[in-house]
Design a protein around this ligand. Structure first.
Ligand code: CUA
Length: 257
């Protein structure tokens, strides 16, 4: 064997040994030290839910959860002059977060919490968008951040007292988990708002339009996937409700203007 061949053989043996040791260490790490794939940080509080945290009247913290295909929270209002700390993560795939008109531009990566701080001096309605292609609903991923003057902010922070009438209905909606997705005050949610729903002209997936009359509402409650409203996903489970409850709910919706 020539010296060159000997050298080559030695190199091959060392390289092979290196690979074997590497796999051995990986096996050791997995089995003995239980090192696994990184778990998603959104499994960990406080990143399970999107929320706005108030530290002081001019310092806020927003936890955004980006998921296919929405941001939570969808709508945030802060007063002008405040500093906002943005934290964002995702439980599913890689998204992006860009706040148009500012320098805020973050990647949203599963298992990672990304952070940026922005100070807002002027009142403005900012739009938050996903700028990383993340699937068929990507272009719908948007949220709003409103920066308003102090007076407007103070006015809107005063909680509106809950409606006294229809307490029984409010309890029913709560008990059947309707309010998780449907608001009764006109604000946007995972499902269409119930405010003013009766006889509303409603665009369906596929382009047709229906009037949300009694028959439509009954079907929408009892068989949620039958006619999908344009812009919403087929995620509503069939609620467990008696005929009386459905009738009462429809009567209630008729008057929810
Ligand atoms: Cu999320 Cu694109």
């Amino acid at each position: 064997m020539t010296p060159a061949l000997k050298l080559e053989r030695r190199i091959v043996i060392i390289a092979t040994a290196f690979v074997v040791v590497l796999f051995g260490l990986a096996a050791l790490a997995i089995n003995t030290f239980h090192v696994g794939l990184p778990t998603c940080l959104t499994d960990v509080k406080p990143f399970q839910r999107g929320e706005l945290i108030t530290h002081s009247p001019d310092h806020y913290e927003i936890h955004y959860v980006a998921k296919m295909w929405d941001f939570e929270p969808k709508e945030v209002t802060v007063p002008a002059g405040s500093t906002v700390d943005f934290y964002v993560s995702t439980p599913d795939v890689t998204h992006g977060l860009i706040l148009l008109g500012t320098n805020l531009n973050l990647m949203v990566v599963p298992g990672v919490v990304n952070y940026a701080r922005v100070k807002f001096d002027q009142s403005h309605n900012y739009q938050l968008l996903c700028h990383e292609y993340c699937g068929t609903g990507h272009e719908r991923m948007a949220a709003n951040l409103r920066v308003v003057d102090a007076a407007t902010f103070a006015a809107r922070s005063t909680p509106t007292p809950p409606p006294q009438q229809n307490d029984a209905m409010a309890k029913l909606l709560e008990a059947k988990d309707c309010l998780t997705c449907h608001s009764i005050d006109g604000s946007e949610g995972i499902g269409p708002t119930l405010k003013g729903i009766y006889n509303r002209k409603t665009k369906l997936k596929g382009g047709s339009t229906v009037i949300a009359d009694e028959a439509y509402l009954r079907e929408a409650i009892m068989n949620p996937g039958a006619k999908m409203v344009d812009g919403f996903d087929d995620v509503m489970p069939k609620p467990e409700m008696t005929d009386e409850e459905v009738n009462a709910l429809i009567e209630y919706l008729k008057n929810l203007k």
